[in-house]
Write a protein that binds this ligand. Structure first.
Ligand code: IPM
Ligand code: MG
Length: 347
């Protein structure tokens, strides 16, 4: 089990360290952890957010545990050298096209949701976000128009095969859950979205057991806070998925609890908390490592087919929360290390 550990910036190293302790505690046979530099940390050390040595480790590994990237001291660097390019580069370079972002309300956290408790209690959804295309990777630039005004552009596009493969991931995920798939787009305005919708409908013929619906992204944002219980699996493009998954995290109480998987064809995957590097609390033992610990559970499940230890980790986190363990993000005072200890004790 070759696992690359890319801790990155800000709180990344702290939260990743706790997830690594949990992985080691499981006594998995053949576990090998290989560290690599990413983000602003890598730029400082090696002059690039995703140096060749890191890419090499990533290619050789079976799975990657990723912390966070982002460093405001790097915000004025040219785009290619900014920390975010580490995660975008890994997604593209490794063909990690399918992003799974589950959002489920843990028992006892109903009052921490931004929604009314009885509405929050119903949340049990999975956002599947396409990660290799869309406006993220299209032609982009800035120029000065003939009349002297500055203009920026980013081209949005999806080819049908890109939509088809993520649609299959969505339908299969729905088959393994409550059988409902909602495809989110903006087909009333965007050509890219119209093609997206047409292709999803074509693919749906292969999944007669899945109930398919379509929703415009603005309405989806509204429904997510109005009646989130209606959603089972949501499949959507890169940009819409980025936005809706942050929104979903607040509906379940904290972004400090949401894990994610970015999967390629096959079993290779990158696993990361959906939160960022939170430089304001970095190095202070204040970050909640639960999202990263839960990402390690997803890693065992999706890259190694190890369902039992994955569930053990998830149960330990749920138990810690049920016992009242609370990071600052949940209104509590438990520190990063203490939360790691609490999860380990319950493992
Ligand atoms: C995420 C993040 C990234 C994204 C950033 C860090 C590039 O917001 O994983 O959701 O936009 O995909
Ligand atoms: Mg995001």
């Amino acid at each position: 089990m070759k696992i690359a550990v890319f801790a990155g910036d800000g709180i990344g190293p702290e939260v990743t360290a706790e997830a690594v302790r949990v992985l080691k505690a499981l006594g998995l046979p053949g576990l090998e952890l290989i560290e690599g530099d990413v983000g602003g940390a890598a730029w400082r050390k090696r002059g690039h957010p995703l140096p060749p040595a890191t890419l090499e480790i990533a290619h050789a590994a079976d799975a990657i545990l990723f912390g966070a990237v982002g460093d405001f001291e790097c915000d004025n660097l040219e785009r290619a050298l900014r920390p975010e390019q580490a995660i975008l580069g890994l997604r593209k370079e490794l063909g990690l096209f399918a992003n799974l972002r589950p959002a489920t309300l843990f028992k006892g956290l109903e009052d921490l949701s931004s929604l009314r408790p009885e509405i929050a209690a119903q949340i049990d959804l999975l956002i599947i976000r396409e990660l290799n295309g869309d406006v993220y990777f299209g032609d982009k630039g800035t120029k000065v128009l003939p009349d002297g005004r500055r203009q920026g552009w980013d081209m949005m596009s999806y080819a049908e095969d890109e939509v088809r493969r993520i649609a299959h991931v969505g339908f299969k995920a729905a088959q393994g859950r409550r059988g409902k798939l909602c495809s989110v787009d903006k087909a009333n305005v965007l050509e890219t979205s119209q093609l997206w919708r047409d292709v999803v409908i074509e693919v749906s013929a292969e999944y007669p057991d899945v109930e398919l619906s379509h929703m415009y992204v603005d309405n989806a944002a509204m429904q997510l806070v109005k009646n989130p219980g209606q959603f089972d699996v949501i499949v959507t493009g890169n940009l819409f998925g980025d936005i809706l998954s942050d929104q979903a995290s607040m509906c379940v109480g904290s972004i400090g609890l949401l894990a994610s998987a970015a999967l390629a064809e096959g079993t290779k995957g990158l696993y990361e908390p959906i939160h960022g590097s939170a430089p304001d609390i970095a190095g202070q033992d204040k970050a909640n490592p639960m999202a990263t610990i839960l990402s390690a559970a997803m890693l065992l499940r999706h890259s190694f087919g190890m369902e039992a230890p994955a569930q053990r980790i998830e149960a330990a986190v749920a138990k810690a929360l049920a016992d009242g363990i609370r990071g600052g993000d949940l209104g509590g005072t438990d520190g990063t290390r203490a939360i790691g200890d609490a999860v380990l004790a319950r493992l």
